[in-house]
Design a protein around this ligand. Structure first.
Ligand SMILES: [Zn+2]
Length: 549
């Protein structure tokens, strides 16, 4: 039981149409009353402590419906390659990292983007051997869908010209068939080594082994990163045994601060059936919420299946459309139908209109065979749905979960590669016009977790070059802010988060400006000063609370 707290002295934004209250009373981890300061103080069961907002704005804790906690922790722990504009930059950044971390057993980096590199290609093992020939060196692509590794990694893992390329994956090879170091999508299983998590053709395998100490440190780094931008509830969009263990350990130790929903990867579907998982399980702090599937590859890595988007070219015909499907169409269909039969919510990564159509067909078929009205289905990213597909999603109640900062950061190159259809990437406005919920997420570490920067990107659709990609697909500010709070909360089946209302969890964020009234252009720079979860201070900019030093 915690002492009652009254927040007052600044704007209180609930991101809905109601009048702004003057104060909020929090007791026992929940919001108890909204109203005038004296009403709230009178409603407290014992004399309340007052938190003076001093003009700061109080908003509901943000909800990120698609992110990857442990991978985000890796990004924070590894060399940051997102600023690299050439392979020379990558080599230099990795050498700098190795110099600054002399004892590390391997040299890892995250976040290179081949589309902005001067050389116009991915790095190779030969490039990375210049960093270190003896120790493993590996760099992860900005999409999280693949790696480039040095010769030491391939030697240690016994990868050679005779290693076959798995379906749904890519291994780049030299003239004699020898791998050049690039492993994408389902080929990433090869990099996890003996005893590593294996996911076959069910997704990009970023579940590389790590020591318990590394796992713990990266977990806390990532939690801290989300708390520092006001995120209080998350949905981890790809949970293997590695992530599940990390979450359970943190919960048992009392260090799991983020309210967490987990999507278990579809590679375990058979086991879920065997153990009888037929719905969600968990509580308001940690829940297994459904299953994650992959239909196609990544738009950023140009491995998404965009056959329908590229003037009818077959995949492999160039123009950035040489992507692939993870599963044979019938296999994906059967998996999704099976999930519906079991009663499990699904979230399927699908970028191209062909895979999106396959997913919608499977959901419709699954529903027809096994009507289970409460089972939620989502399409992750949902890059290039057609207008007909958007209408069908609304009719089927299938919710798209895109990431607007990807649009901001990558639309210039996407339009260059795909032509005008590139500006349709993540067509939020069309979702809204069709009556679909607008849900904004980060896919961190693919983009940074700052929710207000994501709202800005969805409102403006401004690209790095300053162009506007798809003016018609912009959304208004109120919709965008609801897209960070109430809408993702509803998608996760929650009424207790994403709102400030009597009975809701006291997940509250103090901001140094009001996102309802600040200039839209200023949204990305609004700072968080305090993040509260369940009525307790979880993080403070001044260091009074937090997980790491
Ligand atoms: Zn993701």
């Amino acid at each position: 039981m915690s002492d009652p707290v009254v927040f007052t002295g600044g704007p209180i934004e609930t991101f809905d149409d109601g009048p702004e209250p003057e104060a909020v009373l929090v007791e026992d981890g929940a919001v108890h009353a909204l109203g005038t300061t004296s009403d709230c103080e009178a409603a407290a069961t014992s004399s309340p402590r007052r938190v003076d907002l001093e003009g700061r704005t109080l908003v509901p804790g943000f909800v990120d419906a698609h992110m990857h906690l442990l991978l985000h922790g890796c990004r924070l722990d590894w060399a940051d390659l997102s600023g690299a504009r050439s392979i020379e930059d990558i080599v230099r950044l990795l050498r700098d990292y190795a110099d600054a971390h002399p004892g590390v057993a391997s040299i890892d980096g995250y976040g290179y983007d081949q589309t902005v590199l001067a050389e116009g290609r991915h790095p190779t093992a030969v490039d990375l051997d210049r960093v270190d020939r003896a120790r493993p060196v590996s760099v992860q692509h900005i999409s999280g869908h693949g790696y480039v590794v040095n010769s030491a990694v391939m030697r240690n893992l016994g990868i050679s010209a005779s290693t076959p390329t798995p379906s749904g994956g890519r291994i780049d090879r030299g003239e004699a068939g020898e791998p050049t170091g690039l492993f994408f999508d389902s080929a990433c299983d090869l990099l996890t080594g003996e005893g590593g998590v294996k996911i076959r053709n069910h997704g990009p395998n970023f579940h590389l082994p790590m020591t318990p100490e590394d796992r713990r440190r990266r977990f806390d780094l990532a939690q801290e990163s989300f708390l520092s931008v006001g995120v209080t509830t998350v949905c981890d969009a790809q949970v293997s045994s590695r992530e599940l263990m990390a979450y359970l350990q943190a919960r048992d130790e009392g260090s799991l601060l983020l309210r967490t929903h987990m999507l278990l990867l579809s590679s375990g579907l058979e086991h879920l059936r065997e153990i009888g998982l037929s719905s969600t399980v968990g509580n308001e702090r940690l829940e297994i919420s459904g299953v994650k599937f992959y239909a196609d590859g990544s738009v950023l890595a140009r491995t998404a299946f965009l056959a329908g988007e590229c003037c009818g070219h077959a995949p492999g015909a160039g123009r950035g459309d040489d992507g692939y499907l993870y599963h044979e169409p019938q296999e994906l269909h059967d998996l999704l139908v099976e999930a519906q039969r079991l009663g499990l919510a699904t979230a399927t990564h699908s970028q191209g209109s062909v895979p999106i159509g396959m997913v919608l067909d499977a959901i419709a078929a699954g529903r027809a065979q096994s009507p289970r009205p409460g089972v939620v289905h989502r399409i992750e990213h949902c890059g290039f749905p057609t207008d007909e597909q958007i209408a069908r999603m609304a009719q089927l109640g299938v919710v798209p979960v895109p990431q607007p900062v990807q649009l901001h950061e990558h639309a210039d190159e996407i339009v260059e590669d795909l032509g005008p259809i590139g500006a349709r990437f993540y067509p939020y406005g069309a979702f809204q016009r069709a009556g679909l919920p607008v849900v904004i997420s980060s896919d961190a570490p693919v983009t940074d977790p700052n929710p207000l920067r994501a709202a800005w990107a969805a409102i403006t659709r401004e690209t790095v070059s300053g162009a506007v990609a798809g003016e018609d697909f912009r959304i208004d500010r109120t919709t965008a802010l609801a897209g960070l709070t109430r809408s993702p909360a509803a998608l996760l089946g929650r009424r207790d988060v994403g709102v400030i209302a009597p009975g809701a969890a006291a997940d509250l964020v103090l901001l140094d400006d009001n996102p309802m009234t600040a200039d839209v252009g200023a949204l990305p720079r609004i700072g968080v000063t305090e993040t509260w979860i369940g009525g307790a201070l979880a993080w403070a900019a001044d260091g009074r609370a937090g997980l790491t030093d």
